[in-house]
Design a protein around this ligand. Structure first.
Ligand code: NAP
Ligand code: F7E
Length: 323
């Protein structure tokens, strides 16, 4: 068991909740930056039964002073920057906020670490969205970036800031380039959860139709619970580095829907409708990661198949609705 202390920005998000659970199981004192909202944001920590075990500090990624105070109060040896405006679709409506939180916000965390404890290890939540208009059939750590959304652009800045602080100040700053990862704790705005929730509602007779945008888009989807282990492993390495975390399989949104509907004995074609409202100004048509470096250096491999993931999500939404 560890007696280390860690700080997580974005602790109330999907990954923040799973990472908190993992670190608590390893004996860490887990501190989170809580960006105060008027509505309830602690539901994920509650679902995992750990809302009373993490220590929450008011703060915001756009407020450097709050980050400095959290790092001072926690004495953290590891800092995970998971906070973000993470919905790609919204980033065209809120491009400046997205740049401030996802781009400058990461720089604020790096600065806070440099000022308070430059020996602390830092993790940046980079993303396959940086590959955007893909420059290689299978994307790895050497594939050039070509972001296609304000979100992707902001994340490229944060990614290079992480590399730059590693090279400029010798900081142990790593970047995980994570492909899409989902779970029952996924936000309802993302396509897998929108589908699992709708399938449960349709099965229970509470909804008839599921309206989606580009169902030909292909994603490399994994389980968030598997992916947070990779984050932790990166910070346990002697030297910081960047790693692609993915399954190495890609699937269309349509095929993912087929899996979800079939699980409850329904046919996707009977319920799906295309609504142009959900199309994006610029699309990332296909993503397919190559996680070979993570396997070789971290010993990390995904454990959950897409079918297991989607059925787990549909079952969880059936339980929520029934309860
Ligand atoms: P998420 O569920 O959307 O969680 C985002 C978190 O950031 C929430 O806790 C949110 O707080 C917090 N946040 C938003 N604005 C903030 C601000 N101004 N200051 C402080 N915190 C703020 O995202 P996720 O799926 O867990 O993803 C975690 C990270 O990985 C994100 O950086 C995301 O961009 C990145 N990523 C995700 C994926 C994926 O497939 N899930 C893939 C690659 C990279 P509230 O709860 O109050 O809104
Ligand atoms: O869209 C298509 C949509 O919103 C997936 C974030 O975690 O992963 C996520 O970004 C695909 C896209 O995720 C609907 O056009 C069709 O092609 O679930 P999504 P995303 O945009 O891939 C990356 C790695 C991140 O870093 C992000 O933070 O599905 N799609 N119809 C739809 N998507 C949504 N949301 N809703 C639809 O109705």
């Amino acid at each position: 068991m560890s007696n280390k202390s860690a700080v997580i920005t974005g602790i109330t998000g999907q990954d923040g909740a799973y990472l908190s659970k993992l670190l608590l199981e390893k004996g860490y004192a887990v501190h989170g930056v809580l960006a105060r909202r008027s509505s309830d944001t602690l539901w994920r920590l509650r679902e995992l039964g750990i809302d009373g075990e993490v220590r929450l500090h008011d703060g915001d990624l756009t407020d450097l002073s709050s980050l400095i105070r959290v790092l001072q109060a926690s004495g953290a040896a590891e800092v995970y920057n998971l906070g973000a405006q993470s919905f790609v679709g919204s980033s065209w409506q809120q491009p400046i906020l997205t740049a401030q939180v996802d781009g400058v916000g990461a720089l604020n965390v790096l600065e806070a670490v440099r000022l308070v404890n430059p020996q602390a290890r830092f993790y940046q939540a980079s993303t396959s969205e940086m590959f955007g208009l893909i420059q290689a059939d299978r994307q790895d750590e050497r594939t050039p970036f070509y972001p296609r959304s304000p979100y992707g652009v902001a994340k490229v800045m944060a990614h290079w800031a992480t590399v730059n602080y590693r090279e400029s100040f010798g900081m142990h700053a790593s970047s995980g380039i994570l492909f899409n990862h989902e779970s029952p704790l996924r936000g309802i705005e993302f396509v897998t959860r929108k589908v699992s929730d709708a399938v449960a509602r349709i099965k229970l007779g509470r909804q008839k139709v599921l309206k989606l945008g580009n169902i030909d888009a292909k994603r490399d989807w994994g389980f968030a619970g598997d992916y947070v282990e990779a984050m932790w492993l990166m910070l346990q390495q002697p030297a910081a580095d960047d790693y692609v975390i993915a399954t190495g399989q890609t699937t269309t949104v349509r095929q993912m829907c087929d899996i979800a509907f079939a699980h409850v004995g329904l046919r996707a074609d009977d319920h799906l409708e295309i609504d142009p409202k959900f199309m994006r100004p610029a699309e990332v048509d296909v993503l397919l990661g190559n996680p070979a470096k993570a396997k070789e250096r971290l010993g990390w491999e995904p454990k959950t198949s897409l079918a297991q993931l989607i059925t787990m999500m549909v079952d969880a939404d059936m339980r929520r609705l029934a309860g």
